[in-house]
Design a protein around this ligand. Structure first.
Ligand SMILES: [Mg+2]
Length: 325
């Protein structure tokens, strides 16, 4: 029987009940030592304390925002982050092959002894795990009320998106270390491939290459939406499949300025607004984060499982041949 892993948990979080984690924990309580947390700061402080006391793995239950708080306490300590993904999107857990709300696989990852190192980037010193968005996508998140999100879940983004579609997005300037400048109305940076749920926005992003993948889109609001949908449908941006309105860069660091008020989000949480004359600095943090991963990544969506079936793969290959005739 492995040693119980400390599990940081907010006992009042609604996601515990909605995701079924509360019930699952009842049947797996011996695997964990529950550590109650009251706030984001408390969670970060307790994560650090546990890591400094020599725990090899510190687990946290929550969505991407909660995991980032735990990561902030663990980064640079040598302790690995264990993930019980009970949030709405669980993008980071999906990316690492743990999946969303697949608690048996999450436990297997925590007990596997296998870890992966993940780059951590920060916006003006504030770190994020998975992605950062600057422009209308962040404006949508800024305007979503907690009540709406609770009632509609992911669909709240669509309703609020219609509101934002009527605004004019300000022009953002991105300056790279070599002096190159790029302009667009929506910038998205990915530490991994996924943007939300199973939607891939960057086909070639890697967690451990010391770089952020960035898409700079220069379009009006509806155009931005179509550009992003296009990239998601084609399973992520590559230099081959992007349109003339989108540019791709793989960056170590950069700065952003804007001609108008620019909302930005980190891991899907509204993080602030940049005003004209101010600057956002995006850079890599000195330490990487260690994360527990399962031996075999979870099979993805039902559609992906179907597409990965040998018969379907063979059929697609045949169609490819027909295409080339
Ligand atoms: Mg990368």
């Amino acid at each position: 029987m492995p040693q119980p892993t400390p599990l940081l948990i907010n006992p009042k979080a609604g996601s515990l009940f909605r995701s079924g984690l509360k019930t699952w924990l009842r049947n797996n309580r011996r695997a964990f030592r529950l550590v109650s947390t009251e706030s984001a700061e408390d969670l970060t402080a307790k994560a650090r304390k546990l890591a400094e006391s020599g725990e090899p793995v510190v687990a946290a239950a929550g969505g991407d925002g909660t995991l980032m708080c735990a990561a902030q306490g663990l980064v640079g300590t040598g302790a690995a982050l264990g993930i019980l993904p009970c949030g709405t999107m669980n993008v980071f857990a999906r990316e690492l092959g743990i999946g969303s709300r697949r608690f048996d696989i999450a436990l297997e990852a925590i007990q596997s002894g296998i870890t992966q190192e993940v780059d951590i980037f920060a916006v003006n010193g504030r770190p994020f795990l998975q992605m950062a968005g600057f422009g209308p996508d962040a404006r949508v998140i800024e305007l979503i009320t907690p009540a709406l999100k609770k009632r509609m879940g992911a669909a709240a983004h669509v309703v609020t998106g219609l509101k934002v579609a009527l605004e004019r997005p300000p022009l953002i300037t991105m300056t790279l270390p070599d002096g190159e400048t790029l302009q667009g109305t929506q910038i998205i940076m990915g530490n991994g491939k996924r943007y939300g749920g199973e939607a891939h926005l960057f086909a070639e992003a890697e967690y451990n290459d010391g770089r952020l993948d960035a898409a700079i889109i220069d379009q009006e609001n509806m155009g931005i939406l179509f550009e992003m949908l296009g990239l998601i449908v084609s399973k992520g941006a590559t230099r081959q499949n992007i349109s003339d309105f989108t540019k791709l860069r793989r960056i170590k660091n950069c700065t952003l300025t804007c001609e108008g008020d620019l909302s930005y989000h980190l891991d899907g949480d509204y993080a602030g607004t940049l005003h004209p004359g101010e600057e956002l600095r995006i850079e890599r943090m000195p330490h990487k984060l260690k994360v527990c991963i399962p031996e075999t990544p979870v099979a993805l969506t039902p559609l992906e499982r179907i597409m990965a079936h040998p018969a379907i793969a063979a059929m697609r290959e045949k169609l490819q041949v027909l295409n080339e005739l």
